[in-house]
Design a protein around this ligand. Sequence first.
Ligand code: E4P
Length: 229
Amino acid sequence: MKFFIDTADRAEIADLVATGLVDGVTTNPSLVAKSGRNFLETVKEICALVAGPVSAEVTATDAPTMLEEGRRLAAIASNVAVKVPLTPDGLKVCRTLADEGTMVNVTLCFSAAQALLAAKAGARFVSPFVGRLDDVGATGMELIREIVAIYRNYPALKTEVLVASVRNPLHVVEAAKLGADVATLPPAVLRQMFAHPLTDKGLAAFLADWAKTGQSILGPGGAVRAAAE
Ligand code: E4P
């Protein structure tokens, strides 16, 4: 499963890219507003930090303007994935950009029927929003199950299921069990995935016992002395 980071915060991205666990980045207009920075400059900087796809969203709602915006975004770097909303105009633009060789991420997907349309329109990614479905009393993960199953029936469809609106590590684990291609994680969720109290407790015990040996792996003659004793 690929992990994308769901943020427009350059410092957060740089920090998490250093873990070697980040395969791409997703942004949206709300995340850009939160960063307080210039959108086009931010996209350019993020594209230089990450080798994988960087989703940048159009903000027009009519197809001609959306297409113009999409082309402008795609010209920033070869790893830009233009994000369009799941509307008739959005899917029209998706088809045109996909035919031009641009990666498209179709966003705001809330039903299997919509996901089928996105795939037919040539989307490289479709983004079903699990957290927002959970928020309204639906089961977001049920949508992932349906989309993955439908796409599996048609191997010719190359659209990847990008699980979005992820709120916790359990969302990621459940999506992985279902075989979703990608999950885009808020930085806090990726950090939460490292955490387990037994890891902390076990490490503390190992270090305490190691301290009793008085040895140092890197200290003068440490390893040699340990072997000789
Ligand atoms: C990512 O592409 C989406 O825009 C994002 O995951 C939405 O998350 P939210 O529902 O927490 O705003």
